[in-house]
Design a protein around this ligand. Structure first.
Ligand SMILES: Nc1ncnc2c1ncn2[C@@H]1O[C@H](COP(=O)(O)OP(=O)(O)OP(=O)(O)O)[C@@H](O)[C@H]1O
Ligand SMILES: [Mg+2]
Length: 250
């Protein structure tokens, strides 16, 4: 297996008496899509929040490029190269697609440069934004207001906004949610293209997409890892079938 870029040991998050994430060990490697499956409330989004720094862990460790980042803020993790998208669409509707990406790109610029943010309607930020739009398949939509894009394009824009921060790791929370078949297949192609240059954690309920894309699958139930391994192992697992997949995977 490739060297992991981001990994955890004993990662846990409690909300009062609820163990939303319980003793999770997960490894994300460059060039791999690691899908996380599980029923509603299994702890998938909470796991992403713990990796991105949006939430602090109750216990356990998060390591990135061999550094302990368990206590690092979300801002710092983003600047180190950990990018994430959200389960709910999270764009500025009145701004153009390009402006959305420029704002995202700027968030990775060193703090001091934020003072010159007008001047930063400029080279590195614009180049990163333009490239991200292109890589996400939205090169022709740059000037359109985000609100005028289709649902599928808005989800692509969210990926573009993450790419504009030039991340090594992509944490993607249900990027295919609410998509029709054609939009979903475009997103699957996009994720496949992104795999080469990133370590990707993909939370997704669309089983066809997951089994088409994933190199490794981790199944979570009640905050815990039920099983983790290559897709064929997950497909063959009786425990996974009983707890989650049921008849979804023939
Ligand atoms: N901020 C919070 N405060 C209290 N409880 C929370 C909080 N966030 C999540 N939870 C609870 O933690 C558990 C895991 O939630 P989480 O959102 O991680 O699940 P999920 O696997 O992403 O589910 P879904 O597939 O529906 O998105 C749920 O019981 C949820 O109600
Ligand atoms: Mg969720």
């Amino acid at each position: 297996m490739n060297e992991p870029l981001l990994w955890t040991t004993g990662l846990s998050k409690r909300f009062g008496g609820l163990r939303a994430v319980n003793d999770v060990a997960i490894r994300l490697a460059q060039g791999q899509i690691h899908a996380v499956l599980g029923p509603n409330g299994a702890g998938k989004s909470t796991l992403i929040n713990l990796l991105s720094g949006d939430m602090a862990a109750t216990s356990g460790t998060v390591l990135y490029k061999a550094c302990d980042i368990t206590r690092a803020s979300a801002d710092r993790r983003a600047r180190l190269g950990i990018g994430r998208s959200y389960q709910k669409t999270n764009i500025f509707p009145a701004f153009s697609a390009m402006e959305n990406c420029r704002l995202a790109a700027q968030s990775r610029a060193p703090r001091i440069l934020h003072w010159f943010s007008d001047a930063l309607a400029d080279a590195p930020t614009c180049a990163a934004a333009e490239r991200a739009l292109h890589d996400a398949g939205l090169a022709d939509c740059g000037t359109q207001p985000a609100s005028a894009l289709s649902h599928g394009e808005q989800r692509q824009l969210e990926i573009a906004m993450v790419l504009a921060t030039r991340p090594d790791v992509l944490l993607l929370d249900e990027p295919l949610a609410g998509m029709g078949a054609e939009e979903a297949s475009r997103m699957v192609d996009l994720l496949r293209r992104l795999r080469d240059h990133h370590a990707i954690l993909l939370v997704e309920h669309d089983m066809d997409a997951v089994f088409a894309l994933a190199d490794v699958i981790t199944v979570m139930v009640n905050g815990q890892v039920l099983e983790s391994g290559p897709p064929e192992q997950i497909r063959a697992s009786t425990a996974v079938r009983e707890a989650y997949l049921g008849s979804e995977v023939a």
